[in-house]
Design a protein around this ligand. Structure first.
Ligand SMILES: Nc1ncnc2c1ncn2[C@@H]1O[C@H](COP(=O)(O)OP(=O)(O)O)[C@@H](O)[C@H]1O
Ligand SMILES: [Mg+2]
Length: 233
């Protein structure tokens, strides 16, 4: 049984047809700077507000990540201090990942999540890029089934990925496996560039979701939907 979790942003909830279905496997794909971290932070915001606890694998240090999120209106300090939000930095001081090492990241992260999963309601991986760069398709597909198993246990999994992370075949499998698949991009409207979010897949929405929307990441208001026809996006 899926619940619909509000993101805490009414406009975005409406676009998603009520909110984000949970438990679910959510993928957010996009190039650098398209707003993957911002959109995942918005969804995390909703989960944290409903008292869910999250394990969040990040690319930066905890301090850098909290500061960056704060600069775009998401304040994760409180849930972090209360251990409602546990950060796992992928960044390891002075460590250089060799090709052989990077192959081992995905299984290592899987093992780590497995050890902690009973203590949390959800897992966020922002982003999966450094883990899959040198991974074999097989290993990625194995990780996908692992994510699906976690979702079957009632957890929500959010993964952000770069458009070039997966081969075409793997990407088809990813979209097939996902409950929610969001594709981010940018579009130039007149003299300004806005971000776009296309809802490729959204299983279990309360109402019929929109096809997508355009948005800006505003330093005061956070994610702000801008009225742009998606026909051009
Ligand atoms: N400190 C900041 N100052 C101004 N804009 C910011 C700041 N941090 C993020 N942004 C805005 O948020 C957008 C999305 O960033 P982010 O969610 O980190 O993208 P991604 O995770 O896809 O790389 C950036 O393109 C930028 O417009
Ligand atoms: Mg990011």
């Amino acid at each position: 049984m899926r619940n619909i979790i509000s993101t805490g942003n009414e406009e975005i909830d409406r676009q998603f047809g009520g909110g984000i279905p949970s438990p679910s496997l959510v993928f957010i794909e996009g190039a650098h700077g398209t707003g993957k971290s911002a959109i995942s932070a918005q969804i995390m915001n909703g989960l944290l507000t409903t008292k869910k606890s999250l394990l969040c694998v990040i690319e930066n240090t905890v301090k850098q990540h909290i500061q960056k999120m704060k600069s775009i209106t998401f304040n994760f300090s409180k849930p972090f201090v209360r251990s409602q939000l546990i950060f796992v930095p992928m960044y390891i001081k002075n460590a250089k990942w060799s090709e052989k090492n990077t192959e081992r990241i995905l299984p290592a992260i899987k093992q780590f999540i497995l050890e902690k999963i009973d203590k949390v309601d959800g897992v966020v991986i922002d982003s999966i890029s450094p883990m899959v760069n040198n991974s074999k398709n097989e290993s990625i597909l194995d990780f996908l089934s692992f994510c699906k198993e976690i979702v079957a246990k009632g957890k929500t999994v959010i993964i952000t990925s770069h458009s070039s992370d997966f081969s075409d075949a793997t990407n088809t499998a990813v979209i097939g496996t996902a409950d929610v698949y969001l594709k981010l991009g940018t579009v130039v409207v007149g003299d300004r560039e806005v971000k776009t979010l296309k809802i490729i897949k959204l299983l279990g929405a309360a109402d019929t979701p929109e096809a997508g929307f355009a948005f800006e990441v505003d330093l005061i208001f956070g994610i702000k939907i801008v009225p742009v026809s998606m026909a051009n996006a």
